[in-house]
Design a binder for this molecule. Structure first.
Ligand code: AMP
Length: 279
């Protein structure tokens, strides 16, 4: 496995493999890697000749400076995990070099970046788009792998690739969960043992939403889950919404299988967690 830290090193590697007509799979991450990230590397390895993982805690996508300051970082452990997973290339850029052009471009994603995470975290998707547009243009991958844990991000990225007209396939990958159902997240390591126990409510509510959707309409399911969330001390709901999975427009009326997705964000103590599930 080769670890690259400059744009020039990436360009050299990418040119070499393009000359050999090898395909490249790309997994962008912010590090503090866990099995969810590794599942993306595995997916990439299954369908591409070589796989590149980037590790970069992108300051531009944090709307809360405290969240950026406490974001977990474990570079050596990350490299060990990537090596074991058979990753070929790792890119660990510096912000100064990645953003050397000084650009703060904006894209029109319609409603996709304005609702849910977009509404609660102003500027978040602008920052995501700014880092990914630079990484995509540099790495020139054939496929890029994204977890459905960040479902809204996956939709925004698909739109970004369309707007930039990049010859790149965006592949969604299933959510990897802990034994009690909590979606794996780098932020889980910041939870105290008590908060970690409370966080198990989140997958419980997602399962409950699926169960209720068999007999209640979308508004009724949302009302029931919001009431349950309001009843747990130590968890503060940010949102629970049921939306159409293609454009995140709100769902009302009957929940048809595969046509609705429940999305949730909540603070457990100071740590903000998200989850989602197709209903
Ligand atoms: P992050 O490091 O949080 O920016 O995540 C990097 C990539 O890993 C994103 O595509 C995430 O959606 C994906 N990811 C994070 N957690 C999980 C998980 N539990 N299951 C699947 N993919 C995940």
């Amino acid at each position: 496995m080769q670890v690259l830290s400059s744009r020039a090193q990436v360009e050299k590697q990418v040119n070499a493999l393009k000359n050999k007509q090898l395909t490249l799979g790309f997994v962008p991450t912010m590090g503090a890697l866990h099995q969810g990230h590794i599942s993306l590397i595995e997916k990439s390895r299954q369908s591409c000749d070589l796989s590149l993982c980037s590790i970069f805690v992108n300051p531009r996508q944090f709307n809360d400076p405290a969240d950026l300051a406490r974001y977990p970082r474990s570079p050596q452990k990350d490299l060990d995990l990537l090596q074991k997973a058979g990753c070929d290339l790792v890119f660990m850029p510096q912000a100064e070099e990645l953003y050397a052009d000084g650009g703060h471009e904006e894209y029109d994603f319609g409603r996709l970046d304005k609702v849910l995470e977009g509404a609660q975290r102003p500027g978040h998707f602008k920052g995501v788009a700014q880092v990914l547009s630079r990484l995509f243009k540099l790495v020139k991958p054939d496929k890029a792998f994204f977890g459905q844990k960040d479902y809204q991000q996956y939709l925004v990225v698909k739109e970004l690739v369309k707007l930039l007209k990049l010859p790149l396939e965006v592949i969604p990958c299933p959510i990897v969960r802990e034994a009690d159902g909590l979606a794996m997240s780098s932020r889980n390591s910041l939870l105290s043992p008590e908060e970690r126990a409370l966080a198990a409510n989140i997958p419980f509510w997602m399962n409950k939403a699926r169960e209720l959707a068999q007999r209640l309409d979308a508004d009724q399911v949302a009302a029931e889950i919001r009431a349950m969330m309001a009843n747990v001390n130590g968890i503060r709901s940010d949102y629970f919404e049921i939306c159409h999975p293609e454009d995140l427009s709100p769902c009302h009326g009957n929940v048809l299988p595969g046509q609705s997705i429940a999305l949730l964000a909540a603070y457990v103590g100071k740590i903000r967690l998200i989850d989602n599930s197709l209903l």
